[in-house]
Design a protein around this ligand. Sequence first.
Ligand code: TNX
Length: 521
Amino acid sequence: MLVPLPSHLLERSGHFVLDQDTALRVTPGTEDAADLLRATLTPGTGLPLPARADGRVTLTLDHALGGLGPEGYGLTVSPQAVILRAATPAGLRHGVHTLAQLLPPPALSATPVRGIPWELPCVEITDRPRFAWRGAMLDVARHFMPIDFVHRFVDLLALHKLNVLHLHLTDDQGWRMPVPAYPALTATGAWRTRSRLGRRTSGQWDETPHGGAYTRAELTGLVAHAASRGITVVPEVEMPGHARAAIAAYPHLGTVPGRELPVWTDWGVCDTVLGVHDEVLDFCRAVLTEVMDVFPSPYVHIGGDECPAGEWQSDPRARQRAHDEGLSGTPALRGWFLRRIASFLQEHGRTPVTWDEGEAGALPPDVLTMPWRTTAHARAAVARGHRVVTTPFRHTYLDYARSDDPAELLGQPGPVTLDDITGWDPAPAAEYGADAASVLGTQAQLWSELMPTPAHVEYQAFPRLAALADVAWRAPGDAGGEGPRSFAARLVRHGDRLDALGVHHRTPPSPTGLENAAARL
Ligand code: TNX
C-alpha cells in the first residue's frame, strides 16, 4: 500500500495507535524530522505530538544504518512503540513520509478529520532508494505558476520521496527570474501579449496577456522550503536556443543588430537564438552568477535543446566565430557555446547539466546530460562517458495525454500511460552492465504549454508522477507483480491520499478553451 514500494517490508499483526497523548522522543539531530512529522500529520489528525523524554515514538540518528546509503532508513512499528532510525536527516525524512502513509489517508488532510482511529499497522521496514536522482521538472516559463503552488508541489514531491525539483525558469515564451543587472528580463521578458491556444497547429489564440516573475526573496524562500523537505531545486536557464524572451528584453543578444522582437506567443521550436558574440557570453555568465547566488544546488541546468542554426548561418559574426574557432560549421556553435558556459560553471564548483539530443562529442563527459529523446539516446550518452538523468519522452513526459480517450485533457499527442511508466526500467542491467552507475536516476517532465493553471499541472502529474517515483525508488526488477504489491493495487489507497491532500487528479480540470475540439488539431 506504500508509494514508493519499500525495499524490505514485513507485515506483523497488531497496531500502534496515535492519540492525543502520544509523544515523540526526539533524540539529538532529529528535531527537523519531528517538525516535519508534525507539519505532515497535525493539520489532519489534530494530534499535537509533543516532544517528551518518555515518548513512545522514537526518532534517532543511528550511524549503524550507514550501510543503507545516504537516504536509507529503518522503521519498526510494534503495539507498544514506533522506532524510526536513519544514519542521515534525509533518511529520517523518508521514514516520516512512510509513517504518514501507514496511517489512514485522511491523516494527510489540511483540515482536522474527526472520528478516525489513527492506527499504524505493525511493520518492520528497511528501505533505501535505487537511484540518487528522483525528480520532477516543472516548466514555469510557458505558463507562470504562483509561488504558493510551487511550495505545495515541493511537499507533494517529498511525500513521494522524490528529491529534485528541476525548475525550468526561462524559455521563448517567458523569463521568470529577476537578475538585477538586467531588469528588462522580467520587466519585458516575463510578459507576452497572447498565447497559442492548445497545440501548435490549432490555428487559435487566447488573446489574454500572460506573464509573471518571482522575486529573489520568493526564490530563496522556495530553496529553503525545499531543503527542509530534502529537495534540491535545480535551476534551468535555457541557452543558446529557447531564449527568445531574453532577446525580446535585450535585442543586442540576438543575431541581428537592431532587430526588435516580442516575447514569443507560439509553441514549438523558435528560429530565434542567442548570438555568439562576446556580449552574449558575458550576459550568460552574469545571469548564471545570480542563479548560483540564489540556488545552492550542485547542479545548474543550461538547457541546450532544440537549437536551430539557421540564424547563425545568416549572421556574419557567427560565421566568423565558427571559422576562428576551427569549427566544422555554424551548427557546431551550439556545442561551442555550451562548452564555454559549462566550464564557467565548473570553475565555480557547479556541475553543468544539459538536455541531450545525441550529438557525439559536442560536450565534455563531465557534463551531466538529460537524454530526452529515447532510451537508446541515454545508453549512447553513457557510452560516450556522460553521467545521465534519463528522461525519454515516451516514459517521463507528463505533458503528453494520459490516454487516447477523447475526453482526456489535451496533451501533446502521446499518450504516456501509467503502464508506460510502471513497466519501465530506467537502467536495465542487461543493457547497461557495469555502466549502470552512470545513470543517476530519472525525473518527470511537466512542460506547461498545455497546462495554464496549477490544476492542470496536478492533473497531468498525478497519479503518473507517483508511478515514476515508484520506478525511481523501488529495488531493480521488483515491479510488485500482479498482487497487492503491484502499483495498480497500491494506487487505490494512494488515490485516497491524493484526495485527502486535495490533489486534482481524478477528473480533468473544468473545461477551458484548451479542451475545445478545434484546439486538438
Ligand atoms: C520538447 S524536451 C522540448 C520542450 C517542449 C516539449 C513538449 C525538450 C528538451 N524540449 O521545449 O516543451 O518538447 O513536450
